[in-house]
Design a protein around this ligand. Sequence first.
Ligand code: SAH
Ligand code: SF4
Ligand code: F3S
Length: 449
Amino acid sequence: MKFHITTFGCQMNVHDSDWLTRALESRGWEQADEGEAQVYILNTCSVRDKPEQKVYSELGRIAAHLKRDENIFAAVGGCVAQQVGRGFFERFPFVKLVFGSDGIAGAPNALERIAEGGDDRVALLDFVSIYEERETSEERTVSLPETRQAFVNIMQGCDNFCSYCIVPYTRGRQKSRLPDVVVEECRALVASGIREITLLGQNVNSFGQDKGGVGVSFADLLYRVAEIDGLHRLRFTTSHPKDIAPEVIRAFGELENLCPSLHLPLQSGSDAVLKAMRRKYTQERYLSIVEGLKQARPDIALTTDLIVGFPGETEADFQETLDMVERVGYESSFSFKYSDRPGVAAVNMEPKVSPEEASERLMRLQTLQNNITKKCLENLVGLETVAFIEGMSRKQNGEETFWKGRDPAGRIVNVAMPESDGLVGMMVPVRIIEAKKHSLMGERIGIPW
Ligand code: SAH
Ligand code: SF4
Ligand code: F3S
């Protein structure tokens, strides 16, 4: 069977899609271009209204392929699938499988049964209360991704119920994996040649604090993974500020391979809005975490998520967000207009901020962020660092070949190097020679390794 996966949403979805791809390939299925697939899989996101709407337009496009072959069918997975469930079967008769994030473990077998004509329609929407280990296909460790980077899930779900957020409803309660299983997976990946690992969870700082916990904290886990011989770069995402432990902050000063970057979603700079969002920290507490991090690791690059136009947000509240962005000096940030999600607490909060006002705030915030990003990048010109090469750069000028890499903090560094191949997955010593709007230019100053 030929399949085509389209993925929306966060890194956890990207990672889930990678796993599903490998699981199907190990059953002899083949990835195909959109025009040739027999099975279309959408891995969806419902965190805001826009990505949810994209799912429907994407299904409309898939419907057009039915003219080519009427046996073509689709599967919808991820957060919108969890939310809408069997509703997809009625609206789109060619959707034969819906699966939520807890149901994904059963998706490869279900797809096989449907393709063989054994099952007509399958819904895998039940939540589980303990992390369900998924089959590991040999390829995970045998065929090394060229980039030598890997994601490793450490947990699933979220218990925080921030008042704007649908994730706890679509991904279910928090379920941690067993620390030994996580460490073993990391060890096998490094043994197979992986050099960079990103530990993934909706709120990694509360790892182990659920039914699956065995008394190993996130800090303990970080130290255990960091000591794997041959692991050059370790990252993790996402961190909720309320749960970051002093030991995790300290780890940034102690673990050499823990990368000097942290994504620490602030959401709003106003204590009143933070309270309504149920974030359970204040501006002051957030700033003390930032101070601790900068003490532990002076070169740490902080990034964040921000929501503008949350119900009740006044101009003065928004000003506080702008002030926080300046004070912390984020290297970059993702900022979003508040979007009502079905069933979340904020839906009933008033007064709503008008879309015009929210757009205007978003623009002001993004202009400020662009200026700060520019300054952060300019400050790096002249410094020496190491770029971990991920592939060819999008910019090419005909004479030189540009490669795209990342410095330890995760900033994009483009480097001109004559080699036509063989550099992906290599570490290249570079000096930063220029700051662009969202990336850096580097020149090679040493031998790639
Ligand atoms: N677990 C992660 C975030 C997952 S959602 C965390 O807690 O950091 C990613 C981001 O989407 C959030 O940080 C938030 O900024 C944004 N977001 C979530 N719900 C939203 C909503 N209803 N409207 C607008 N943005 C939202
Ligand atoms: Fe959503 Fe909050 Fe959980 Fe993040 S911590 S996934 S924003 S409920
Ligand atoms: Fe989106 Fe679900 Fe991730 S809502 S952000 S795909 S957890």
